[in-house]
Design a binder for this molecule. Structure first.
Ligand SMILES: CC(C)(COP(=O)(O)OP(=O)(O)OC[C@H]1O[C@@H](n2cnc3c(N)ncnc32)[C@H](O)[C@@H]1OP(=O)(O)O)[C@@H](O)C(=O)NCCC(=O)NCCS
Length: 144
């Protein structure tokens, strides 16, 4: 397992993970935009040349990191890959002098909420009807 920077060649594999794990369908241009905004904030977990997980983040206007997408392909979960990706991301934030990481998560997503709490994120507010299907979200924050 290798954690490396995203390259545009990864888009088909990552779009598949996004469809299955996040139930979203984004245009290719979104991945290219995120990559252009902050290359070191777009990380891929690569197993034998195949992406099995990824994290994509941007830097807000106020200098905080915001995680936009984070997922590991279902057959590869609970093997520590999410932790490896998150650790590499926190390191990238440190190199960039970032002091705060934010994200949003569905209130029903117990597995992800548990993961984030274990890695030092705290609930920082409720986001009513944050998702397009009407579900509420939680904002979560980790100070570095
Ligand atoms: C959240 C997510 C990325 C975590 O990825 P992951 O690779 O499963 O994460 P890890 O394996 O590092 O840790 C997950 C759990 O497995 C446990 N685990 C890790 N290695 C393990 C092992 N060898 N055996 C058993 N359990 C193990 C960890 O303790 C952790 O438990 P916890 O959540 O209760 O703390 C993954 O669940 C996912 O893709 N979810 C769907 C997409 C999603 O919801 N993304 C977040 C949207 S905001």
């Amino acid at each position: 397992m290798r954690i490396r920077l995203f390259t545009p060649n990864d888009i088909p594999a990552i779009a598949t993970i996004v469809r299955e794990a996040l139930r979203e369908n984004y245009p290719t241009s979104l991945y290219l935009d995120i990559h252009r905004w902050w290359r070191e904030g777009f990380l891929v977990a690569d197993r034998d040349g195949h992406p099995v997980g990824f994290l994509a983040a941007v830097i807000n206007a106020d200098g905080h990191a915001r995680i936009l997408m984070f997922a590991v392909s279902a057959p590869f979960r609970r093997q520590g890959i999410g932790r490896l990706v998150m650790d590499a991301f926190v390191q990238a934030c440190g190199l960039r002098g970032i002091r705060r990481i934010e994200l949003e998560v569905r209130v029903s997503n117990d597995e992800a909420i548990r993961f984030y709490k274990r890695y030092g994120f705290e609930l920082a507010g409720m986001l009513p009807k944050f998702y397009t299907d009407g579900e509420d979200g939680y904002k979560m924050v980790r100070h570095l």
